[in-house]
Design a binder for this molecule. Structure first.
Ligand code: NAD
Length: 315
């Protein structure tokens, strides 16, 4: 008997989806992965692509049924900055998409769900340093509100209906393969592109605003590790804190200058400063380390070396 491991990634064309889908295809085989997104398909993917609006419940059910899908990675979302520009749409995409997928799992049509939360669930009254797993969650963005409500939905479906749902509260993700999609930590990606293009960057946050960040290779590794863990090890069914490292724009600029001494940075904070000010400086991820062995590999220096080296090859 052959065991199948068919996976559907929704929101596969985004910053995280581009890298996570490729890693899933590498791990389980190109024929086991279907990438789906509301955006046009990128050319020459080694795995299948379906155009899908996650709000089209009928098409979602069809894709799952016709392809014997066992796992869904639901990445489709409007992020923090885009969510503030269109709060109604953020609520619809972020909440209804999740409900439809959780219902599929409740009905036994899929076995396991991955859905990412975010450090945006925290807020101005949350302890800022080494923010613990269980703490005050008081988001003040529509994005953060949908992520907090989503976490409670995940925990509810897990305890009430036995749904096997796994989630991580990602910090700001930094990678070189895809551009970010409208979040508050986009600066931490843009800065590397601008360093190579113009040797200068104007940051939309202040110099000393420290935020939790994670290199994309670590985010992909954490996701695969959690999704491969036996259900009994996954004690937190709302969403796990996971940390990489913390850095401010000024500290990233310093790390870049280490390799490019003529790089310069200036600061012109916009509406995203207020969002960043409400988020933690650093995250404690003790339960993720204890329950399923989370351990990040990249710090600011290692990430900066890798970003500059790989982006330079693309230019
Ligand atoms: P992104 O904006 O780069 O990608 C999201 C993708 O979802 C896009 O390709 C978009 O076309 C797609 N999408 C949007 N609406 C859709 C719909 N109705 N139907 C189908 N697809 C739709 O975002 P990302 O950075 O890749 O984030 C992926 C997930 O990770 C999100 O849930 C996000 O909240 C979470 N997350 C990301 C970060 C980060 O720093 N990037 C941090 C914390 C959490």
């Amino acid at each position: 008997m052959t065991t199948t491991h068919n996976i559907l990634v929704i929101g596969a064309s985004g910053q995280l989806g581009t890298e996570l889908t490729a890693a899933l295809a590498e791990t389980y085989g190109n024929n086991s992965v279907i990438a789906a997104d509301v955006q046009e398909t990128p050319q020459n993917l080694p795995y299948r692509f379906e155009t899908l609006n996650v709000l089209d419940r009928e098409k979602l059910q069809q894709i799952v049924g016709q392809n014997n899908i066992q796992e869904i990675y639901l990445l489709a979302a409007l992020l923090s900055a885009r969510g503030e520009q269109n709060p109604m749409l953020a609520w619809q995409v972020n909440m209804d998409g999740l409900l439809y997928v959780l219902e599929l799992a409740k009905e036994g049509k899929i076995k396991r769900v991955f859905w990412p939360s975010s450090i945006a669930v925290f807020g101005a009254t949350t302890p800022k340093d080494q923010t613990p797993q269980e703490t005050i969650t008081s988001p003040n963005t529509m994005y953060g509100i949908t992520k907090l409500a989503g976490e409670r939905l995940c925990a509810y479906y897990a305890s009430k209906f036995g749904v096997d749902v796994c989630s991580l509260r990602y910090p700001g993700l930094v990678g070189y393969k895809a551009l970010p999609g409208g979040g508050t930590t986009d600066f931490a990606v843009e800065i590397y592109h601008k360093a190579l293009e113009d040797k200068a960057y104007t940051c939309f946050l202040q110099e000393h605003t420290r935020l939790p960040l994670m290199y994309m290779a670590d985010a992909v590794a954490a996701t695969l590790k959690l999704m491969q863990a036996p259900a009994g090890q996954i004690r937190v069914r709302s969403s796990y804190n996971v940390a990489g490292f913390s850095a401010s724009p000024g500290e990233i600029a310093k790390a870049i200058r280490h390799q490019m001494p003529d790089f310069s940075i200036s600061y012109a904070p916009d509406f995203r400063q207020q969002i960043a000010d409400s988020w933690p400086d650093s995250i404690s991820d003790e339960p993720a380390r204890h329950d399923w062995g989370w351990q990040p590999q990249y710090d600011l220096q290692a990430m900066t070396r890798d970003m500059l080296e790989n982006l330079a090859k693309q230019k």
